[in-house]
Design a protein around this ligand. Structure first.
Ligand code: BES
Ligand code: ZN
Ligand code: ZN
Length: 486
């Protein structure tokens, strides 16, 4: 969907449908008042007599001959005192679905011009709200052509609309990869996607195959991946904008399990259904890397992905196997389903060797985070208050919310192995997400600022949610692109 900006009078905008937002409990003003007048009070009538309350996201279609657009969608924004870019983003996503039902590929949206950042929020809401996971449906597919944002502040809106399009495309790229079923998605495919993104954006990319992974002493990643014919890959993608050649990079590390059956500690059928999403962390890294250049990010960034497929075969890892990670620590694999922390162990060790300024990892790591936070936010675990604070601020700005958990040293005890340095599960029921994070900390050098985002609850939804149809959400892409612009 192309997003254009216009400063025309809304009633003079000719489009397939004109979306006119309004606050609940407010006098009609501006274009709304004008339209209401030319419609003999139809809008006020809807409000006064037909139960249209203009609640956030509530909408009504009216037909008119008065303006240049025949179809007008009145879009509720709720109370003005509770208005925010999040309300607007969600409302825009609702409205775009209403336009879709009208079969109009082109429409206009009148910005309320009430707060900063409206064009960015509406642009994101429209593009993300329009997304359908229909890649595997046969037959004709509906596709939007363009949306025009109508505003009196067109200069700021132009820049925001461009940014919205780039950020949303990056999010959709992540969604696409996560939604791709595992029969079409191997570690090698992720490597090829990374190469594609690198080629398109002039980034540097390096891919290690299973032999190189072993040679490079990544015993934990190798162990997880060895049961599958789709062999593991270690992928590094680098963005070094001019003048940052000597800067320590910001490292983004992603868990890239292209399928997680649990291995010999096999998952029950229902828990396995959505395990194609176990590479959502890697998808965040790829989505972000695909947009940094066009967004003009001025920081050096290192994208790191450990990718494998957790399957069962005579070569697969057994419960009780002991592997050695790249930093020399030995791990007893008591549960082959706690594989994310194993592949990340090697990825984090390697990343620390590159002396990054900071590391942020993304992983669909634990079912326990879903119990703790549901699908509303990701778990944040960090050894650095400043990094956490900035990430939390980006979370608030994008509404990709983070909630910080403690990493008290006392939790370490649970992860010590009886016969090895570490074991990969605590063996206790409690604090599943924290002990996983504490395990990861064993592979991060002490003075490296590090944040781990457990995105297991937010990367995939089983029913439609504000900006997302059932399936992948791309959670993390908007968050980190906002973070990188701070
Ligand atoms: N990929 C799963 C975590 C997950 C759960 C992702 C739900 C998305 C939705 C991870 O590899 C896993 O299986 N974790 C285990 C760890 C346990 C064995 C300690 C879990 O959370 O059950
Ligand atoms: Zn698992
Ligand atoms: Zn997993």
């Amino acid at each position: 969907m192309q997003i254009a900006v216009s400063s025309q009078n809304p009633l003079e905008v000719s489009s397939g449908a004109l979306i006119l937002p309004l606050f609940s409990g407010e006098e009609l003003s501006g274009a709304l008042a004008e339209l209401d007048k030319s419609l003999d009070g139809l809008i006020s009538d809807l409000i006064e007599n037909d139960g249209f309350k203009a609640k956030s996201g509530e909408h009504r279609l009216v037909y008119t001959q008065s303006g240049a657009s025949k179809r007008v969608i009145l879009l509720g924004l709720g109370e003005k005192s509770k208005f925010s870019v999040h309300v607007l983003r969600k409302a825009a996503a609702k409205a775009v679905k209403a336009v879709k039902t009208l079969n109009k590929t082109e429409f206009a949206f009148v910005l309320p011009d009430a707060i900063e950042g409206e064009a960015l929020a509406v642009g994101e809401g429209l593009i993300l709200g329009a997304h359908a996971f229909d890649d595997f449906k046969s037959g004709d597919k509906f596709e939007f052509n363009s949306a025009t944002l109508v505003t009196t502040k067109s200069e700021a809106a132009e820049a925001e609309a461009t940014r919205a399009a780039l950020i949303s495309e990056a999010n959709l790229k992540a969604r696409y990869l996560v939604n791709l079923p595992s029969n079409l998605k191997s570690p090698d495919l992720l490597a090829r996607k990374a190469e594609e993104i690198a080629l398109e954006n002039g980034l540097k990319v390096t891919v290690w195959d299973e032999n190189k992974i072993l040679e490079e002493r990544m015993g934990a990643l190798y162990g997880v991946g060895m049961g599958s014919d789709n062999k593991p890959r270690f992928i590094v993608i680098e963005y070094t904008p001019e003048g940052t050649e000597n800067d320590a990079p910001i490292a983004l590390v992603g868990k890239g399990m292209t399928f997680d059956s649990g291995g010999y500690s096999i998952k029950p059928a229902a828990s396995m259904e959505d395990m194609k999403d176990d590479m959502a962390g890697a998808a965040v890294v790829l989505g972000v890397m695909s947009a940094v250049k066009s967004l003009g990010v001025k920081k050096r960034i290192l994208g790191v992905i450990a990718s494998a497929e957790n399957m069962i075969s005579s070569n697969a890892q057994r419960p009780g196997d002991i592997v050695t990670a790249r930093n020399g620590k030995t791990i007893e694999v008591l549960n082959t389903d706690a594989e994310g922390r194993l592949i990340l162990a090697d990825a984090l060790s390697w990343t620390c060797e590159q002396n990054p300024a900071q590391i942020i990892d993304f992983a669909t790591l634990t079912g326990a985070i879903v119990i703790a936070l549901g699908h509303e936010g990701a778990g944040l675990f960090s050894n650095d208050d400043e990094l956490s604070g900035v990430l939390e601020a980006a979370g608030i700005a994008t509404n990709e919310k983070l909630w910080r958990f403690p990493l008290w040293d006392d939790y370490n005890e649970a992860m010590k192995g009886p016969a090895s340095d570490l074991k990969n599960i605590s063996g206790e029921r409690g604090a599943g997400s924290i002990v996983a994070a504490v395990f990861l900390r064993e592979f991060v050098t002490e003075n490296t600022p590090w944040a781990h985002l457990d995105i297991a609850g937010v990367s995939f939804v089983r029913s439609e949610k504000h900006l997302t149809p059932r399936g992948a959400t791309g959670f993390g892409v908007r968050l980190i692109l906002d973070y990188l612009s701070r």
